[in-house]
Design a protein around this ligand. Structure first.
Ligand SMILES: [Zn+2]
Length: 398
């Protein structure tokens, strides 16, 4: 039997014996919410009690790090160096999850218990990102079991704040470049374009979240006495938001419009299979001259994540004192991350919306150029992966 077949047999036993499901159930049972203070103790426990023992059993040496950001969640790094002359692979995972939203789960499901229904498993964070790093670690474990070694050096970084904008991660990586140094970075934290086939993304888009706020005065004032006399923050905010795109969501801020959708990228995007999202997409939304794949992978998109003014659940006959929207720009290569908010400011000033101010609320991430497999990493080329997986993977540049 080849190494591939032996390692595959180990992984199939791991899955069929129920150990995979038990491992995932343990990880899901930790309520590792990073957007809510109640998750804090569990963020530590996930690294100390779940990840480190798993990695150490595979011969990794683990290190726990304080986050360089004030009050940021802990970070775990691990390495298994077999021979300094061998290439090194760096992998990544995040053990935190988004808010549990307990009241929004349908009957029979609950966030922190892995529940099997038909051929699916449900649980908060099961698909983002607990199962991905579990699979990647167990896959390495299967190779070690098959031949006593990996045949390469492996490094792993696991953070606990991705869903909160990865506080401190950039600073941590910059300060620990030697510790994280590797020949290639392979991580899993994204969707498959088609559930039936793996997808390889060779670059990444960036994202930044921010609050847009109009804060004019303390408290609310009676609309019968002050309507027509006091500027309405909710209305000013609505104009500011509406000025960012047209009525179809097409971005109007020139600096936010990408320049990197080259003919070559368009060609690659055109070859992607139809995006099987399971949701009816709105053909009349987004940049009108682009294909759906170009809109989502080759272009920037602006979203209003949440907004409020007054007390929506119990409105008063009053002009609110302030209004706020949490916004997000997802962007491709070519958009200057440091200029996203200054460009918005210039735009709002041009539009005469000086009373709107933007506040940066979450870490920004820079987009990365697509990576072309070189000879050294030809093992990752689709034909080789097709052999390993039995079906061809989909390659997406970003
Ligand atoms: Zn994720």
């Amino acid at each position: 039997m080849t190494l591939h077949n032996i390692a595959r047999a180990h992984i199939e036993t791991y899955f069929d014996s129920g150990d995979f499901q038990r491992d995932l159930a343990t990880l899901v049972s930790r309520p590792t919410e990073s957007q809510d203070a109640r998750g804090k103790p569990h963020l530590h426990a996930y690294l100390h009690d779940d990840m480190a023992p798993m990695l150490e059993a595979m011969g990794f040496t683990c290190q726990f790090h304080d986050n360089p950001a004030p009050d940021g969640p802990p970070i775990l790094t691990a390495e298994r160096i077999e021979d300094a002359a061998l290439p090194t692979v760096l992998s990544y995972g995040h053990g935190d999850v988004v808010r549990a939203q307990e009241d929004q789960w349908r009957e029979g499901l609950t966030p922190f218990e892995l529940i099997e229904e038909g051929d699916r498993l449900y649980g908060r964070g099961a698909a983002d990102n607990k199962v991905q790093h579990l699979i990647n670690l167990r896959a390495m474990g299967a190779v070690i079991k098959a031949q006593g070694r990996l045949g390469f050096n492996a490094k792993v970084i696991i953070e606990m704040g991705e869903e909160a904008g990865s506080p401190g991660l950039k600073e941590f990586c910059a300060a620990n470049s030697e510790l994280l140094k590797a020949d290639v970075f392979i991580a899993s934290d994204g969707p498959r374009l088609r559930p039936a086939a793996p997808t390889i993304f060779t670059g990444s888009r960036g994202g930044t979240s921010f609050d847009l706020e109009v804060n004019l005065r303390e408290g609310a004032n009676h609309s019968g006495n002050f309507g027509g006399l006091l500027a309405d923050p909710a209305m000013i905010l609505s104009h500011a938001l509406a000025s960012i795109t047209d009525a179809k969501g097409q971005i109007r801020i020139p600096e936010w419009r990408p320049t990197s959708l080259t003919p070559r990228i368009r060609e690659v995007l055109a070859s992607l299979p139809a995006h099987d999202t399971g949701i009816d997409l709105d053909a009349d939304w987004g940049e009108q001259d682009l294909t759906p794949a170009e809109r989502v992978f080759g272009w920037n998109s602006f979203a209003i994540l949440a907004m409020s003014a007054g007390v929506p659940a119990a409105p008063l006959n009053a002009i609110a004192g302030s209004a706020r929207a949490t916004c997000q720009l997802r962007f491709v290569v070519g958009t200057e991350v440091d200029d996203v908010l200054p460009a918005l400011r210039r735009h709002l000033d041009r539009e005469g919306l000086a009373r709107s101010r933007s506040l940066n609320t979450a870490a920004t991430a820079s987009p990365r150029h697509g990576w072309t497999p070189t000879t050294r990493w030809s093992a990752l080329r689709p034909p080789r992966l097709k052999k390993a997986w039995g079906s061809p993977p989909t390659s997406c540049p970003t």
